[in-house]
Design a protein around this ligand. Structure first.
Ligand code: F42
Length: 144
């Protein structure tokens, strides 16, 4: 069994702990926005360890859109490299946990469609893209 390495960021680690300890009934929104958050369990591409990444919940039918915004920071979040290397994830949405597979969406029209869903669910994503020169990675998680 690979070991779980919690996020080095206190607020992220604490959100994951509360979300999972409560079985997905508490800690399920982003701070004071009240907007829903999911937890993506992924595998570290160098350590092979289990990583848990809270992200905003963006749904596309039965699928989820994962947005590597990291607040518009200049670099991609590290979990982007984890997902590129190992697309098998577990996704928790509240009380529901599903095994899913992710793929990065590069095709312009499909990315634009998913980006619009993301901004509708969490409007600050639009500002984050304006803040950074990188193209923010967009993944689609689909049930296995
Ligand atoms: N981040 C987003 O990008 N998008 C969101 O929609 C989002 C929403 C959100 C909601 C709630 C919340 O609590 C957090 C939210 N975040 C969101 C922040 C998100 O959860 C991540 O914390 C953030 O994106 C940064 O991701 P990160 O993977 O860069 O995390 C850093 C802090 C981290 O954990 N770094 C580790 C470290 O030790 O420095 C390394 C983690 C890792 O995966 N290591 C790999 C390994 O092998 O284990 C090596 C990977 C490599 O290539 O180096």
């Amino acid at each position: 069994m690979p070991k779980y390495i919690p996020s080095p960021r206190d607020w992220v680690r604490e959100q994951v702990e509360l979300y999972e300890r409560s079985g997905g009934t508490r800690g399920t929104t982003l701070r004071d926005t009240g907007l829903p958050v999911i937890i993506v369990t992924n595998t570290g591409n160098k350590t092979g360890a289990i990583r848990k990444t809270p992200l905003m919940r963006v749904k596309d039918g039965a699928n989820y859109v994962l947005v590597g915004s990291q607040g518009g920071a200049p670099k991609h979040p590290v979990w982007v490299y984890n997902l590129r290397a190992n697309p098998a994830v577990e996704l928790r949405d509240g009380t529901v946990v599903q095994t899913m597979r992710v793929r990065e969406i590069d095709e312009d029209a499909e990315r634009a469609r998913l980006w619009a869903l993301a901004v509708a669910a969490y409007p600050p994503y639009a500002d984050y893209q304006l803040k950074t020169a990188r193209s923010i990675p967009v993944f689609l998680a689909e049930p296995v």
